[in-house]
Design a protein around this ligand. Structure first.
Ligand code: ADP
Ligand code: MG
Length: 339
């Protein structure tokens, strides 16, 4: 039984960054206005995510780490729709607890005292009283201590931290109204203010030069030639494209700074990246890529995100229409700046 559990866990918990992703999603689901992530040695030695969200009442701590603890999925259609959080369908904490030493410590704002529970390699401990601020702190130590095969796949600390950084950056930029911070081995990597301003989040994450070079993107179908049949744009394959893209001179030798979101969800759709790059035409130096934070809204039935829980890939029903909308949106923004 426990072996089955561990194998299943190895499938979904690939590396520290997959754990961080689930924990940050839980914090956002809990309505947090602050999410503080700190990791040791790229997350291989320790992961801590602290939030000021609604918390977990002491009498629900055990259920939170249990199998099928909860399910936000009402029916199978929700799976297909794939908007919002899917995670491991109520099993993220359970799964992480199977392959690490997990502590969940929490206090709902209205509760006088907090409580904590620990899971070690799937063994659930007792709920104990714990002093803590309002909100939830989840600590994950010794990830994969009992799954040596998985542990062997971990890369260098720097590589694991890159993955963690990408995940946390992704959520920080998608949620400018939440103060998101990241710390590695006690040093702050970035901290956003959570003031709701995307440009200010970009400043925190990428620095001043990049933030100042950013150009606003704001596109809707009824403003251009992507109208649908009735001319309203209501059924258009892309409803809206917003965000920021950098001046072509502010570019780097990696595509890592092209962040794209579909219906609020962080995705790595090559179609979106390519469309963005196409919009720059010949304005980028060879092998240089811009910074971009682009939010694309499509009708929820037109996108398939249900490839695999840990994958970020999506497929569009109308890929070419999505491509041309994104290209048009970025082109228009650059044109507005005489580019
Ligand atoms: P899911 O998020 O899919 O429900 P998880 O295993 O990630 O499954 O979490 C189980 C449950 O624990 C959640 O549904 C939620 O009730 C509770 N929980 C987990 N993390 C937090 C958090 N940071 N704040 C408040 N509640 C949380
Ligand atoms: Mg979850």
């Amino acid at each position: 039984e426990r072996t089955v559990q561990r194998i299943a866990a190895g499938e979904v918990v690939e590396r520290p960054a997959s754990v961080v992703k689930e924990l940050v999603e839980n914090s956002l689901d809990a309505g947090a206005s602050r999410v503080a992530v700190s990791v040791e040695s790229g997350g291989t030695e320790g992961i801590r995510v602290r939030d000021d969200g609604v918390g977990i009442p002491a009498d629900q701590l055990e259920a939170a780490v249990a199998e099928h603890a909860t399910s936000k999925i009402g029916d199978i259609e929700d799976l297909d729709r794939g908007v919002g959080t899917l995670g491991f369908r109520g099993e993220a904490l359970y799964t992480v607890g199977a392959v690490s030493r997990l502590t969940v410590r929490s206090r709902p704002p209205s509760a006088e005292a907090g409580a904590e529970i620990t899971v070690e390699g799937g063994e659930v401990g007792e709920v104990r009283p714990a002093g803590c601020p309002a909100g939830t702190t989840v600590e994950v130590d010794d990830l994969f201590f009992n799954t040596p095969a998985r542990e062997k796949f971990l890369k260098r600390t720097a590589t694991e931290f890159d993955h963690v950084n990408t995940v946390v950056t992704g959520y920080a930029l998608a949620n400018p109204d939440v103060a998101v911070s990241l710390e590695h081995d006690g040093r702050e990597t970035f901290a956003t203010e959570g003031n709701g301003d995307l440009r200010s989040a970009v400043l925190a994450v990428y620095g001043r030069e990049v933030a100042e070079s950013m150009i606003d993107v704001e596109w809707t179908p009824d403003g251009g030639d992507n109208r649908d049949e009735d001319g309203t744009g209501d059924d258009a394959p892309v409803q809206r494209v917003t965000g920021l893209v950098s001046h072509p001179e502010t570019a780097r030798s990696t595509r890592d700074y092209l962040s794209t979101y579909v219906n609020g969800r962080y995705v790595t759709a090559s179609a979106l990246r390519e469309a963005t790059l196409d919009a720059y035409g010949g304005q980028l130096a060879p092998d240089r890529y811009p910074f971009a934070v682009l939010f694309v809204e499509v009708p929820s039935g037109d996108v398939d995100v249900n490839v695999h829980p840990r994958k970020l890939e999506v497929r569009f029903d109308e890929e070419s229409a999505v491509r041309s909308a994104v290209e048009a949106a970025v082109e228009e923004a650059l044109l507005d700046h005489g580019l």
